[in-house]
Design a protein around this ligand. Structure first.
Ligand SMILES: [Zn+2]
Ligand SMILES: [Zn+2]
Ligand SMILES: [Zn+2]
Length: 261
């Protein structure tokens, strides 16, 4: 019997403001090409009957609706920046449908920040209808299981902040990276499909730019790589995509990839 196929879907591929940016008249923000419209970065991962989201930013509700998600088994958080967590309140429909608390897995520091930012959820007597979250701590390089999915979290440098990347078999997801410690590099060795952030063309303190992301992909050597967390300063899809080396793609919202064993 063959094992199920891992399927990922790009819920969002934009940087923290999203694209278009409010009030911006640039060629990207005024483009009618849907490939230039980017919600905040997040990913859906499906394997057999298990379905999880990585990050739940301000567009979470819209992303679940667009992707037609009816059942969700967990939310993994890469870090506590607003563009990655502030949509957590919208797990409520899953609470009601599944009659369960939503498992939220992240570094202990990130879970503490979730408690602060969503204090009403953790009240001694929360109001009826508040989301129900089950906070579960993760430790880099300690693998864990959600349903049929085996997941390896690893440490990623985001400026001065430690964030998590996740490996699922032959697939690795990294967002908001500037640097990668050697033990994480070791942990993602043999990745066949890689997702990694590329902000725009100029250097940035906390994010890879396009040139750095391409160099990183070459170093890791996956069969295919998809770039996410993209700013409007990257340029239009139609102009940038053809310039990328073979096997490296600008991810687009709603796009999906299947990864066999
Ligand atoms: Zn971000
Ligand atoms: Zn713009
Ligand atoms: Zn961030």
């Amino acid at each position: 019997m063959s094992s199920p196929t891992l399927r990922i879907a790009f819920l969002g591929t934009g940087t923290s403001q999203g694209v278009p940016v409010i009030g911006c008249d640039c060629a990207v923000c005024t483009s009618s090409d849907p490939r230039d419209h980017r919600l905040r970065s997040a990913l859906l991962v499906e394997y057999g009957g298990t379905r999880i989201a990585i990050d739940a930013g301000p567009d979470f509700r819209q992303q679940m609706l667009r992707q037609g998600v009816k059942e969700l088994h967990a939310v993994l958080l890469t870090h506590e920046h607003n563009d990655h967590i502030i949509g957590l309140d919208d797990v409520r429909p899953f609470n009601y449908r599944q009659k369960k608390n939503m498992p939220v897995l992240a570094l202990p520091r990130v879970l503490q920040e979730v408690r602060t930012r969503f204090a009403y959820v953790f009240d001694a007597d929360p109001y009826p209808g508040a989301p129900r979250l089950e906070l579960l701590p993760l430790e880099p390089l300690v693998p864990f299981q959600i349903g049929e999915l085996s997941i390896l979290p690893f440490s990623v440098g985001h400026g001065d902040m430690e964030v998590l990347g996740f490996r699922f078999g032959a697939f690795t997801y990294i967002t908001d990276m500037k640097t990668l410690p050697p033990e994480s590099r070791e942990a993602i060795r043999g990745t066949e499909v890689l997702v990694v952030n590329a902000l725009h063309h100029k250097p940035h303190r906390a994010h890879l730019n396009l040139e750095e992301a391409v160099d990183f992909v070459r170093e890791i050597g996956p069969r295919e790589a998809y770039l996410i967390h993209i700013s409007h300063h990257m340029g239009r899809y139609v102009d940038i995509a053809p310039q990328l080396p073979e096997g490296i793609f600008l991810a687009r919202d709603g796009g999906s990839v299947e990864i066999g064993d």
